[in-house]
Design a binder for this molecule. Structure first.
Ligand SMILES: [Zn+2]
Length: 78
């Protein structure tokens, strides 16, 4: 993989995720044809580490590991 064409996102923050490393590309969708999507290793504010698709961070489909979603639902019920 040509590193020079890959934007460095390590250290960037997307909502509650902090990008801590690059991950292996994910083949998505499953089946044919498969297209490799860039994935990154992210760490949530709560400490959970997970690999997610970079596009899901960029379009805000993934904002946290789920802890903040639960937190916001709890807050909404108050
Ligand atoms: Zn979390």
């Amino acid at each position: 993989m040509d590193q020079s064409t890959r934007m460095n996102v390590v250290g960037q923050r997307y909502n509650y995720w902090n990008v801590i490393d690059d991950a292996d590309p994910v083949l998505y969708p499953k089946g044919n044809p498969t297209i490799p999507h860039r994935a990154v290793v992210v760490k949530c504010v709560c400490g959970t580490v997970r690999s997610v698709l970079l596009q899901n961070l960029r379009n805000h489909r993934s904002k946290s590991c789920g802890c903040m979603k639960a937190y916001m639902q709890r807050e909404a019920r108050k």
